[in-house]
Design a protein around this ligand. Structure first.
Ligand code: 5GP
Length: 185
C-alpha cells in the first residue's frame, strides 16, 4: 500500500455534519490522525487554536501560500481562506497513520490533482430538506450568510459523482464508523 492510499479526504455540502463527524473521530478513534487546517476566519466560542484550526492573519496565510506550505487552500463561503498545512500530512503518512482531511469541495479537487491515489469520501445529507433544516438549525450565521451557504451547498451536492464513496449522515456515530470502515478497507 502506498503512503497516499492511507490519506482520506472527507468533503460534502455545508452543514452536512463534517465537523461533527470529525469531532466524533477525534474522541473515539485516536488512531486516526486528523489534519488541523489554517484559517483566516475568526475563532468561534469554544474553538481552540491549534486543535480545531490554526487561526492565522491574512498576512500569515499569504506567507504560507508563498512558502508553499499548503497542500491545498480555498476561499470558503466567499468569506475566509482555509488551507491544509502540507508538512504534518506528510509526517502522519510517513509514520503510517491513517490520515483524514476534512475540507471543502474546492480543496478536495486540488488534493485529487496532487494525490490522485488518496481516497475521496462524500458525506451526504439524508435529504435536501434535512440539510436545510440543519443549516438553519445551527443558527450561528446571519440570514445573508445562510443564503450564501445554501447556494454553496446546492453546487456541492451535485459533486457527489466525483467521489470514490458516499457516506450518508443519518446519525453522527453511524456515519463516523462507516468512514472508519472505509479507511480500513
Ligand atoms: P467552518 O468555518 O464552519 O469551520 O468551516 C467552513 C468550511 O471550511 C467547511 O466546509 C470545511 O470543510 C471547510 N474547510 C475547513 N478546513 C479546510 C481546509 O483546510 N481547506 C479547505 N479547502 N476547506 C476547509
Amino acid at each position: 500500500m502506498s503512503e497516499a492510499t492511507r490519506l482520506t479526504v472527507l468533503a460534502g455540502p455545508t452543514a452536512v455534519g463534517k465537523g461533527t463527524v470529525t469531532a466524533y473521530l477525534r474522541e473515539h478513534h485516536p488512531e486516526i490522525w486528523i489534519s488541523v487546517s489554517a484559517t483566516t476566519r475568526p475563532r468561534r466560542p469554544g474553538e481552540i487554536d491549534g486543535v480545531h484550526y490554526h487561526f492565522v492573519s491574512d498576512a500569515e496565510f499569504d506567507r504560507m501560500i508563498a512558502d508553499e506550505e499548503l497542500l491545498e487552500w480555498a476561499v470558503v463561503h466567499k468569506a475566509a481562506r482555509y488551507g491544509t498545512p502540507r508538512g504534518p500530512v506528510a509526517e502522519a503518512l510517513r509514520a503510517g497513520r491513517p490520515a483524514l482531511l476534512e475540507i471543502d469541495l474546492q480543496g478536495a479537487r486540488q488534493v485529487r490533482e496532487r494525490m490522485p491515489e488518496a481516497r475521496f469520501v462524500f458525506l451526504a445529507p439524508p435529504s435536501w430538506e434535512e440539510l436545510v433544516r440543519r443549516l438553519v438549525g445551527r443558527g450561528t450565521e446571519s440570514e445573508a450568510e445562510r443564503e450564501r451557504r445554501l447556494e454553496t451547498a446546492r453546487a456541492e451536492l451535485a459533486a457527489e459523482a466525483e467521489f470514490d464513496a458516499t457516506v450518508v449522515n443519518h446519525t453522527i456515530p453511524a456515519a463516523a464508523e462507516e468512514l472508519v470502515e472505509l479507511m480500513r478497507s
